[in-house]
Structure formats: structure tokens, C-alpha cells
Design a protein around this ligand. Structure first.
Ligand SMILES: N[C@@H](CCC(=O)N[C@@H](CS)C(=O)NCC(=O)O)C(=O)O
Length: 228
């Protein structure tokens, strides 16, 4: 364990949160015992004042391990992988590792807002709240989501995992919670059907990683609507 820190880490976040789920998945895949402290970032009145000291940008998740405090999911996931025993979640080959980092970067920069907020939230969550979906936002986001799917399908090729190799990596764990939301929208499911390799990757990831034990209350069973 890095720095000889033997205390259990604490993850601050919410079970409904895509980014919190990425860290929960990473901790589960590594088998790291930890504490979970709920922070409902979308109910600002419930967020304790001290949380601003942990995450100066007011997002979730945040992470504490002994004296180390971290925010930004990709950094937390890398620390969990490198700082704890358990199966390695990053390729050792430099090129594959760079591809993994590239995928994590593109998911953050180009996929999350389009696939989660502008497709899933617009199409699925807003109607549940009695609000109208903004069709123009969805249409533009589907265009950007298609680019993400095409690029990821290209990286996947005929392999099992996004960064290549025989095992899931942090790239798969970063992508899966975003796709779990995206495919809740009919347009997201239809897009995945047009990228069958990616659809099969999602199914494989759900079945062969800790997706089942880190379910989001917004999603439930990630494969429930497989035939819908
Ligand atoms: N760059 C951050 C993004 C985290 C993020 O956007 N988290 C969402 C929840 S999944 C959040 O806190 N949203 C609150 C808000 O946008 O006000 C990371 O990698 O951790």
C-alpha cells in the first residue's frame, strides 16, 4: 500500500452518480475495503460545508486515504489501481496504457455530457420528472455520441476490451457507467445495435466486472432492457 497507509479509504459521492460509480467499480474490481460517505451534490442544502475543502469544484466523487485527498475520477481510479493489491487494471505495455488514458480522456471530454446529460437525462429522466425533453439537444447529442461510439468501436476492433488485452482496464470501467445510462434511452440502444461489437462489449463488461454490485438506483439491472 502506498505510503504505508493502512487505514481504509473513504469514497465521497452518490450511488446515482456516474463518476462515483466508476470509482466504486474500481474499488470493487481491486477488492479494496473502503467506507462510503453519501454526498448528494444535487441537493446543495444537504452538502456539508467541509465538502468544499475536499472538492473545490463542487462535484462528486472525492476520495480520502489517510492524509491523501483526491478529486477527479481518473486520478482516483489510477491511485486505487496502483496503490492497492489486486488484479492490475492498467496495461503494462506503454502503447496500450496510452490508449487506455486516451479513452478515459475522450470519455470525459466528449462522451459524458452528450451521452449522459443530453441523451439519458433529456430522454429518460426529464419525462419522469414531468418535464419535456428538448429534442434539439437530443439530436445534437446523438450526433456527438455517434462519433464517440464509432471511435470506441474502432479501438475495440475484434477484441474484448477497449484498451486491448485479455482483461478489463480502467478504460472499460470508465466507459461502462456512461453506457449504462446511454442505453436506457431508446436512441442509445438503437445506436449500440448499429455497433454490435460495442453492444457485446457492454454486455461482457456488465457480466465480467463489478457492474452488478455497483448498480445505480437510476438504472437498476444494467441488462434489464436488453431485448426492449
Ligand atoms: N471531472 C470530474 C467530473 C465529476 C462530475 O461531473 N460528477 C457529477 C456527478 S456524476 C457531479 O458532481 N455533478 C454535479 C454538478 O454538475 O453540479 C471527475 O472526473 O470526477
Amino acid at each position: 500500500m502506498l505510503g504505508g497507509m493502512t487505514v481504509e479509504p473513504i469514497l465521497f459521492g452518490a450511488e446515482y452518480s456516474v463518476y462515483t460509480r466508476i470509482v466504486r467499480l474500481t474499488l470493487a474490481e481491486k477488492g479494496v475495503a473502503h467506507h462510503f460517505e453519501a454526498i448528494d451534490i444535487f441537493d446543495p442544502a444537504s452538502v456539508p460545508a467541509w465538502y468544499a475543502g475536499l472538492h473545490p469544484f463542487g462535484r462528486i466523487p472525492a476520495f480520502r486515504h489517510g492524509i491523501l485527498e483526491l478529486f477527479e475520477t481518473a486520478a482516483i481510479a489510477r491511485y486505487v489501481d496502483e496503490g492497492f493489491p489486486g488484479p492490475p487494471l492498467q496495461p503494462s505495455d506503454p502503447a496500450a496504457r496510452a490508449r487506455m488514458a486516451q479513452i478515459v480522456g475522450l470519455l470525459d471530454a466528449y462522451a459524458y455530457r452528450a451521452m449522459v446529460w443530453e441523451v439519458f437525462v433529456e430522454r429518460v429522466r426529464k419525462p419522469l420528472r414531468g418535464e419535456a425533453s428538448d429534442e434539439a439537444v437530443i439530436a445534437a447529442a446523438l450526433h456527438r455520441s455517434e462519433r464517440c461510439c464509432a471511435v470506441l468501436a474502432g479501438f475495440l476492433g475484434s477484441g474484448d476490451w477497449l484498451a486491448g488485452g485479455e482483461r478489463p482496464s480502467l478504460a472499460d470501467l470508465h466507459a461502462a457507467p456512461m453506457f449504462a445510462c446511454f442505453r436506457r434511452a431508446p436512441e442509445g440502444r438503437a445506436m449500440l445495435l448499429r455497433h454490435p461489437g460495442l453492444a457485446e462489449w457492454f454486455r461482457r463488461t456488465v457480466l465480467r466486472t463489478a457492474m452488478g454490485t455497483t448498480r445505480s438506483p437510476m438504472i437498476g439491472d444494467d441488462l434489464a432492457d436488453d431485448n426492449a
